[in-house]
Design a protein around this ligand. Sequence first.
Ligand code: NAP
Ligand code: GLV
Length: 325
Amino acid sequence: MAGLRIFVTWPMEREARAILERVGSVETSPSEGELPAEALARAVERADALIPTGAHRVPPSVIAAAPGLRVIAVAAVGYNLVDVAAATARGILVTNTPGVLTETTADLAWALMLAVARRVVEADRFVRAGRWTGVTWSLLLGDDVQRSTLGIVGLGRIGKAVARRATGFGMRVVYHSRHPDPDAEGLGAVFRSKTDLLQEADFVILTVPLTPETRGLIGKTELALMKPSAYLINVARGPIVDEAALAAALRARQIAGAGLDVFEDEPRIHPDLLALDQVVLTPHIGSASRATRLAMATRAAENCVVALEGRRPPDLVNPDAWRGR
Ligand code: NAP
Ligand code: GLV
């Protein structure tokens, strides 16, 4: 397989790069930022494989510019920025990295939930600003996470990992997915319609993929169903929530707060969200632990190698491209 060319859109970890070098030559983008589509198109002109992060777009123009492309191995579980239809039409395999980031992302969901309910970020700013003059009875009162009701929208890998952590906090767990999940009972999670979940939960956590069906899943109508004391946590994808509607609901105190790791138009954030104390914002770092980043890079590299060797990669997301071979 000498002569195979692989392009990676970030300066890939040495260990993962070594996996790729077993089958071909590897070129990496010199920086971690997203390449403009024209630059990416030039970079993949002679490539057999492309490995983008989940935050890097792969539009049809890039796919069209790469006549030899055989696999796009995304280093993320969410692959919504790749034009999968264009890849499938050309028989290009697309893979992702499910599982390896599940627990790390669930931890971040919990970090957001605890931070916003117990006002951790606000409290830190308060102390650093020199405003703390002594312990007072009602200083920075928050809401309890323990023994409250957790509502998980999308009881998949990450949703289940979030639910498992809720046991230790003595929470009631309700969930909504398109189908009742056989694992739910073991997790103590009870199925609800979306409406019932929104009305019942103290914490609504979004862990669905971004699809045509989930785009705008939480908008003005859904936010109006939530309790004024409830919090919304989004670690899935920004466009699942109508950000303007969320900002309006928060301003009007229609819900109590939000913890957001993902945004509609990253890295831009609705200016109203930046102005609100009852919102905790993180820059899409759900899976950003050292160990998990390495695991994601390794998994993407393994998928890539298997595909280049002509075998079906374990994390194939477009089986039609495989069938059409
Ligand atoms: P997963 O295992 O596929 O879980 C997704 C769940 O969503 C499934 O239970 C699915 O169940 C449900 N679902 C799909 N469409 C739905 C709909 N229209 N309505 C209600 N439920 C729906 O995926 P995962 O590994 O948990 O990852 C979930 C998403 O998290 C990823 O796609 C990615 O976008 C995001 N993510 C973000 C970060 C971050 O850095 N913030 C990190 C990792 C992942 P049914 O099919 O039964 O409905
Ligand atoms: C990160 O956002 C992922 O989808 O893996």
